[in-house]
Design a protein around this ligand. Sequence first.
Ligand code: G6P
Length: 606
Amino acid sequence: MCGIVGYVGHRQVLPLLMEGLRRLEYRGYDSAGVAVIQGGRLAVVKKQGKVRELDAALPVAGLSGSVGVAHTRWATHGEPSDANAHPHTDAGDRIGVVHNGIIENAAELRARLVADGVVFRSQTDTEVLAHLIAARPENSLVDAVRAALRQVKGAYGLAVVDAARPEAIVAARNGGPVVIGVGEGEMFVASDAVALLGHAKTVVHLDDGELAEVRADGFSVATLEGAETRKIPQALEGEASGFDRGDFAHFMKKEIAEQPEALRRTLLGRLDHRFSTAHLGGIELAAREMLDIRRVKILGCGSAYYSGVLGAHLIETLARIPAHAEPASEFRYRNPVIEQDTLYVAVSQSGETFDTLAAIQEVKRKGGRVMGVINAVGSTIARECGRGVYLHAGPEVAVVSTKTWTCTATAFALLALQLGRVRDLSAAQGARLLAGLSALPDQIAEIIAREAELAPLAARLAGSQHAYFIGRSAGFAVAMEGALKLKEISYLHAEAYAASELKHGPLALITSQTPVLAVLPDDDLLAKNLSTIAEVRTRQGPVLAITHPGVYAPDVEAAFAVPRSEPELDPILLNIPLQLLAYQVAQGLGREIDQPRNLAKSVTVE
Ligand code: G6P
C-alpha cells in the first residue's frame, strides 16, 4: 500500500528518496513520485506505474537539493494516473504533500476551496491538504499543517515540505504509520521503517494525533492541540540485506528458502527443556492469569487469519481452552461481545493492517485484554497490544506471506504448549512437542530441497480454471492457506472447503476439469479423507494430495509426501509444499509473483 519517504540533511536527496521508494515497492502500488526543493522552488516528478518508470521520467541531470519527499501510491480516491500520483502541490507549487490514508471530508473541503477559486489538478483527497496548508497564515510550516489538519477528518500518515521554508519536513500521523529516522546531521521520515534500514540507527514512532517538525539537526513532536510530547528513539532492527533478492528470481522464492533459518529464530530461547514447556516472555502472563483464561479469540486478516485458524486448533487441542479465529475485518463491524476471561490475540505480519488494528482497538475499548503475534518490531499493532510474541522472521517483501505464516503457526504452537503446560498437558507430552518443534527447521529444508517433485501437481493445476483445496480439522486451515496462495499469485480460482462439507454442496461442481487437492495427513481422519477422495473420483475429479510417506491412496493422481512431525505440528509441514506449488503454477503462467495485481502487502486503509 502507499509508502512515504522524506529526507532533510546535507546529502543529495534524490538518490536517497529513490532508494527508499524501491524499498517500499514491496507494499504494492500503482504510481510513484518525488518532490525536491531545488533552488528555492519545488521540483516535482510523478508517474503512473513502477518506480523504474519514475526513474526514467526524471530529468537527465536529476533533481538537485537536500530536502524532499517521495511516495508510492495505491489508488483509493481517483484512478492510478500521473496527475493523481503524489506529491500533490498547491497552485504556487510551494507546498508538497505525500499522504497515506483517506481524508473523509475531502469532498466538502474541495467544494469550499473550489468556491474560493482554487483549481484542482487531481481527483485525490490529498490535494485538498496542499491547498489548505498553502492558504494558512501561520509563520511556521508546522503550525500551518496543524491548523490545516484541524479542518480534516479521516486517517492519515503524511509528510509535507515547503519550498519557502526549506529547513524542515513536517510529518503527522492519525491512523497511518509514520517513523522518523535519526541520522547525524540528517533526518528521515518514512511510513515504514524498512525504508530507513542502513541509514538510520534509531527511529521514533509517531502516535496518532501527533505532528513532528523534522530538521537536519533534530526533531520536535507535539500533539495536534500543540502540547509537546517527549519521544525516546529506539534501535532500528533489521538488515538492509533482507531487501536484496540475491540470486533468487523472486522474493517469494527467497522467503520460502529462508524458512528454516526464520523458524530457528522464532524458536530461539523459547524452548524450556527443563520444564518441558515453551517460554514466551513477551506475553506477560503469570501462571495464575493463564489459568484464568476461559477462551481464546484470534483476529487477523488473509494469511494471518488462516494461521490463526490453525493457532486456535492448536490451543484447543493442547491447552483444552475453547479457541476460535475470526477475520478481524468482520469482527470489528459486528458489535462483538468482549469477555473479561477471554484472551484476544491479534495476528499480523506487518503490524499495520488497518482492520486488525481497528478490531483490537474495539476489544481494548470494551475492556478486553489483547496480545499480538507480530513480525514487524515496533509496528502500530505491536505497540497497541503492548505485549505478545515477535516472530523474528526477518523482513517479508513478497506480497504473499510464506515464512511468516510458518513462523506464526509455530508461535501458536509455542503459546498452546505454554498454556497447556500450566493446565493438563503432561511433561511427557510437552517433551514430545519440544522435540517435534526442534526438528521442524531441518524438515522444512528437506521439503524445499525436493521441490522438483511437485511438478506433476503444478502442471495439473496450471491446466485448470478452478480447483478445490480440501482438508479436515487442522488440515482445513492448511487447505485455506494453500488455496489463498494459489489465488493470490496465479489468479486461478482455488476454493478451500472442509472435506466433510464437500458432499453438502460443491460436489455438484466436480468434473474431470476441477482438480481437488487434498491435505491428507496420516492421522485419525485418514479414512474419512479417503472416503471423500473416493466420492470425488466417482465424479471424475482428478485428485492431488499432500500427504505422508506410506499412505496408500490409489485414487490420488499425483502426491507429495512431507516428513512426519508430531501430529499437532504436521500442518506446519503440510503447508510448505503448497507454497512451492503456488509459486510453480504462477511462474509457469508468467505471473508477477512478488507483486500480484490489485494486492498490497499491508492494507492500511479500510
Ligand atoms: C493483505 C495481504 C495478505 C496478508 C494480509 C494481512 O491482504 O495481501 O497477504 O495476509 O494483508 O497482513 P498482515 O500484515 O496483517 O499479516
